[in-house]
Design a protein around this ligand. Structure first.
Ligand code: FES
Length: 209
C-alpha cells in the first residue's frame, strides 16, 4: 500500500482518520438516538383502555339513546371527556352479527367528516352535525352530507359482578358496520380506504375482558 511501511495493511494517517470518524459517529449517536427514541416511542406505545360503568341495563331502552359522559383520555380533566350515545341493541334494526361486545349500541359523538360533536335529535331520530350539515340515521349510518363513514362505536359489556353496563375502547365501522381498529375522522373504510388509512399503532385493539 502506498505510504505504508513494509508489512503494514493501513497507513497511520488512514488509521487516524478512521479513529476520528468513529469517535464522531459515537458522539453524534449519543445525542441523536435518545432524542429519536423519545420522539418515536409514543407512536408505538399502545394506549391503555378502561371499562367505564355507565348504569344498569334498565337505563337503556332500545328505541331512544341515553347521553353518557365518558373519559377518553384519563388524567387531563374535562379535556379528556367526551359523550357517547347509548341504547340497547334492537335485533329488528341492528343486523350486524351479535356478540358479547354489542348488546348495547354506544355511538361516538365525533363526526366522521372533520370531528365536530354531533347532536342527537330524538324527534327526527337523527344525529346532526352543526359544522357542515352531516346527518346520520338512528343507527349512526351516514344519511347525508360530507361524513365519509358511520359514527364510530364503543365496545360495551355487562359487568356480571356489579350489574353495570360498561363502555370500553372505541372502534370504527364501514358502511356495513364491520369493525375496524379506530381511524380518524375523514378516513373512509369502504373498499381500498381501509388500506389507504391504516390504524395508528397507538390505538387500542379489541378488548380481551
Ligand atoms: S365536521 Fe361534521 S359535517 Fe363536517
Amino acid at each position: 500500500m502506498p505510504g505504508a511501511f513494509e508489512g503494514e495493511t493501513v497507513t497511520r494517517r488512514r488509521f487516524m482518520n478512521l479513529t476520528a470518524q468513529g469517535a464522531g459517529a459515537v458522539a453524534v449517536a449519543t445525542f441523536t438516538l435518545p432524542a429519536l427514541g423519545f420522539a418515536l416511542a409514543p407512536v408505538f406505545h399502545q394506549s391503555p383502555y378502561q371499562w367505564q360503568a355507565i348504569g344498569p341495563p334498565s337505563d337503556f331502552p332500545d328505541n331512544i339513546y341515553q347521553t353518557k359522559v365518558i373519559v377518553l383520555v384519563p388524567g387531563i380533566g374535562e379535556a379528556g371527556k367526551s359523550i357517547a350515545y347509548v341504547r340497547s341493541r334492537n335485533p329488528a334494526i341492528d343486523t350486524e352479527p351479535e356478540d358479547k361486545y354489542n348488546k348495547w349500541v354506544a355511538l361516538s359523538s365525533r363526526c366522521m367528516h372533520l370531528g365536530c360533536p354531533v347532536r342527537y335529535v330524538s324527534a327526527a331520530q337523527r344525529f346532526i352535525c352543526p359544522c357542515h350539515g352531516g346527518v346520520y340515521d338512528f343507527r349512526g349510518m351516514v344519511a347525508g352530507g360530507p361524513p365519509v363513514r358511520p359514527l364510530d362505536r364503543f365496545y360495551t359489556r355487562l359487568n356480571q359482578s356489579t350489574g353495570q353496563v360498561e363502555i370500553g375502547p372505541r372502534y370504527s365501522v364501514n358502511s356495513e358496520l364491520a369493525r375496524f381498529a379506530p381511524r380518524d375522522p375523514g378516513q373512509p373504510l369502504d373498499g381500498i380506504g381501509q388500506y389507504l388509512y391504516p390504524a395508528r399503532f397507538s390505538t387500542p385493539g379489541k378488548p380481551t375482558g
